[in-house]
Design a protein around this ligand. Structure first.
Ligand code: IPE
Ligand code: IPE
Ligand code: MG
Length: 239
C-alpha cells in the first residue's frame, strides 16, 4: 500500500455489521456492539495519527429505537460506559468530541456525560471526533426548519435570508466541513438516513468487512481508493 496518502479533511463512517460479527461467532449481538466500541476507539486513534481533522461516526440512528428493548438497553449501557472512556482517549489524542443528533431522548445521566465530554475536550485541537447518536438526517433537517421558522416568526430571520449557508448553519453539523469520504462497513450500499444534506458531494467507499474487524489498514485502503477518484462538482473538478 502506498504510504504517500493524500489525507481527506473529513472522513464519515457508517459502522455496520456488529450483529453479524457476533452471530458468526455464536455470540449475542451485544457482544458485537462491545467489540464495535473497541474498533471506534482504535479508529479515533488511527485518524488522529493519520492527521485527519474530522471523523464522524454513526453510533445510533433515530430508527435504531425500533430494535428490541433488550438490545436498545444494552446499547445505552455501552454508551454510558464509553462516554467516560472516550473522555480519557480524547484527551490522550488531543481530540475534541462533538455529539450530533437529538440528545433529549436519552436519560439525564447520559446527557450529562455527553455534555461533559464536549465541555472537557473543547480546547483540543488535533482531531474533531463527531459522534452521531439518536441521529437521523431527516430529523436534523426537521429540527433546523423548526428553528428557522421560529426565527422568522420572531422577526430575526427574513425568508429571503434562507440560503444554503443559512440552512447548513442551523444543522447540528454547523461549523464542520462536509465529509470528503464516507466509509460504510457491512457491505450495504445505502445511506440509512446519515448526513443527507452534508453528503451531497461526498465520495463513497463500501467494504464487506464487518465493523469490529475494521483496521487502520482498511482505513488506509479506503483513503487510497478515494485518492484515485476525480472529484467532480457539477461537471467541473472540485476545488
Ligand atoms: C451497527 O451494527 C451498530 C448499530 C447500528 C448500533 P448492527 O447492529 O446494525 O449490525 P448488523 O447490521 O445487524 O450486522
Ligand atoms: C445504520 O445501521 C445506523 C448506524 C450505524 C448507527 P443500521 O444497521 O441501523 O442500518 P440499516 O437498517 O441496515 O439501514
Ligand atoms: Mg446493521
Amino acid at each position: 500500500m502506498s504510504e504517500n496518502l493524500k489525507i481527506p479533511q473529513h472522513v464519515a463512517i457508517i459502522l455496520d455489521g456488529n450483529g453479524r460479527w457476533a452471530k458468526l461467532r455464536g455470540l449475542p449481538r451485544t457482544m458485537g456492539h462491545t467489540e464495535g466500541c473497541k474498533a471506534v476507539e482504535q479508529t479515533v486513534r488511527d485518524c488522529a495519527d493519520l492527521g485527519i481533522k474530522y471523523l464522524t461516526v454513526y453510533g445510533f440512528s433515530t430508527e435504531n429505537w425500533k430494535r428490541d428493548d433488550q438490545e436498545v438497553a444494552a446499547l445505552m449501557a455501552l454508551f454510558r460506559q464509553y462516554v467516560k472512556r472516550l473522555l480519557v482517549i480524547a484527551n490522550e489524542e488531543n481530540t475534541r468530541v462533538i455529539m450530533i443528533g437529538d440528545r433529549s431522548r436519552f436519560d439525564d445521566d447520559l446527557i450529562e456525560g455527553l455534555n461533559r465530554l464536549e465541555e472537557e475536550t473543547k480546547e483540543n485541537t488535533a482531531l474533531t471526533f463527531v459522534i452521531a447518536l439518536n441521529y437521523g438526517g431527516r430529523d436534523e433537517m426537521r429540527r433546523a426548519v423548526t428553528k428557522m421558522a421560529e426565527e422568522v416568526k420572531a422577526g430575526t430571520l427574513d425568508p429571503s435570508e434562507i440560503t444554503e449557508e443559512a440552512i447548513s448553519a442551523h444543522l447540528d453539523t454547523h461549523g464542520i466541513p462536509d465529509p470528503d469520504l464516507l466509509i460504510r462497513t457491512g457491505g450495504e450500499f445505502r445511506l440509512s438516513n446519515y448526513l443527507l444534506w452534508q453528503c451531497a458531494y461526498t465520495e463513497f467507499y463500501v467494504t464487506d468487512l464487518l465493523w469490529p474487524d475494521f483496521t487502520k489498514d482498511e482505513l488506509k485502503k479506503a483513503i487510497e481508493n478515494y485518492n484515485g477518484r476525480e472529484r467532480r462538482f457539477g461537471g467541473v473538478l472540485k476545488p
